[in-house]
Design a protein around this ligand. Structure first.
Ligand SMILES: *[C@@H]1O[C@H](CO)[C@@H](O)[C@H](O)[C@H]1NC(C)=O
Ligand SMILES: *[C@@H]1O[C@H](CO)[C@@H](O)[C@H](O)[C@H]1NC(C)=O
Ligand SMILES: *[C@@H]1O[C@H](CO)[C@@H](O)[C@H](O)[C@H]1NC(C)=O
Length: 225
């Protein structure tokens, strides 16, 4: 009964481990979900990551209760600069009742960066935008499929890894428990072997003893006479 319990416990621990390993990974795939968490209140950007080919159009949506108080900004990586984005020949910004649609007509390599939708007064108040921006990666023509297949490969490797982890942890543990249970049967074998050895020893002892006795009886006869 105790063994059964430990076995159950080991299985449960492994399941936990698996949930930990696999659970953390796809969490940030849902772009808008993190906006309900800390860091970016009242703003929902969609999508959160865009990888697109050069010269293609890209649009980001910023959902807000009050789109007219919101503004799209661009944050350049490795720099503190914040650029306010307005209608230009390359950009189009359309405010609707519930969202702002920000379009880049033809993306170029210099559009790489992080796009954040935040309060209009951000620059005047010298504040930093929230950290839940949308990252844009402009790709050369061949890169996109490479990246997609690399991502699928990565996912597959992670899944295989967690399965292997569970197998490598649970198999030795189950084997160990099996050994613990099976200890009684080899001991029984040993007792049988022990008996045989003892029996053989007594037989061996007996035969020389008889010989000695026989000699004695032979030798005693002359002394008695
Ligand atoms: C994922 O995003 C969708 C909208 O794109 C939203 O309706 C859904 O609730 C999100 N899921 C989670 C777990 O946040
Ligand atoms: C940008 O231009 C579009 C028309 O192309 C217009 O509907 C929109 O209101 C303009 N947005 C801003 C912020 O000026
Ligand atoms: C945003 O604008 C682009 C191009 O102007 C359009 O294709 C897209 O459907 C718009 N998205 C929404 C949600 O209105």
């Amino acid at each position: 009964m105790a063994d059964f319990c430990t076995r159950l416990w080991v299985l449960q621990a492994n399941l936990w481990l698996m949930a930990l390993v696999t659970g953390g990974i796809p969490a940030d795939k849902n772009g808008t979900s993190s906006s309900t968490g800390g860091g970016c209140p009242l703003v929902q950007q969609h999508p959160r990551y865009v990888a697109a080919k050069k010269n293609t159009p890209v649009h980001f949506i910023c959902y807000s209760k009050d789109p007219h108080s919101m503004q799209w900004y661009k944050v350049v990586e490795d720099s503190d600069d914040l650029y306010k984005l307005d209608n230009t020949s390359r950009y189009n910004i359309e405010r609707q009742d519930k969202f702002i649609n920000f379009t880049i007509f033809r993306i170029a390599y210099e559009d790489n960066g992080i796009y954040v939708c935040d309060s209009k007064d951000l620059l005047a108040e010298k504040k930093r935008p929230h950290v839940c921006g949308t990252e844009l990666r402009v790709m050369g023509h061949s890169n996109i499929q490479q990246i997609q297949s690399r991502n699928t490969l990565k996912d597959a490797i992670i899944i295989i890894q967690s399965i292997l982890l569970v197998v490598f942890i649970s198999v030795p543990m189950l084997l160990f428990l099996d050994k613990g249970e099976g200890k009684e049967s080899p001991e029984e074998d040993h007792t049988y072997e022990g008996l045989e050895v003892e029996q053989m020893a007594t037989y061996e002892d007996i035969t020389p003893f008889r010989d000695v006795k026989a000699k004695w009886t032979v030798g005693e006869h002359p002394g008695e006479e």
